[in-house]
Design a protein around this ligand. Sequence first.
Ligand code: NI
Length: 185
Amino acid sequence: MLLPDLNKLFTKKLTIYQLGNPKLRAIAEPVIDVRDRQLQKLIDEMLFTLKEIRGVGLAAPQVGQSIRLIIIASHPNERYPDAPLMEPTAMINPQIISYSQEVEKGWEGCLSVPMIRGLVPRDRQIVVAYSDRYGNQQTIELTGFVARIFQHEYDHLEGKVFLDRVETNLDLVSESEYQSVISNT
Ligand code: NI
């Protein structure tokens, strides 16, 4: 007999808040109790939501929770064919400890800013610290696309979106233009 996917039965897909919602512009509050049941439930729901929409990253303010929690889930997909594969990871109270100072521009999109892509300068390499969902303190080095996702999600905790990071509005394009022209060059 086939067992039902319990995760699918009991976890709900969250609504992604869209640009203009004040929650996306607030500075998120630190998480005090990592073991809090509501927090653990939120992590499960964010992981589930990200999987359903096949996103590579999600920050708690994007689902209306103004707390310092992000999920990084890099994997190759239609939107980012060159993304490396990594286990979806919840990062609580994340911090950027050091920057490479070596900046590179790359294309970004955001679930809260649909239909637009931007060429965004980010540090190529960063060292980050965070608490995992079990309360263990972690320190890791991130490079390239994953470092980019982290910086993008971290910005959400500071009330910023990638539109605030482009050097010029000329670096903003529509999703259709991006798909038909830029991603093929
Ligand atoms: Ni985003």
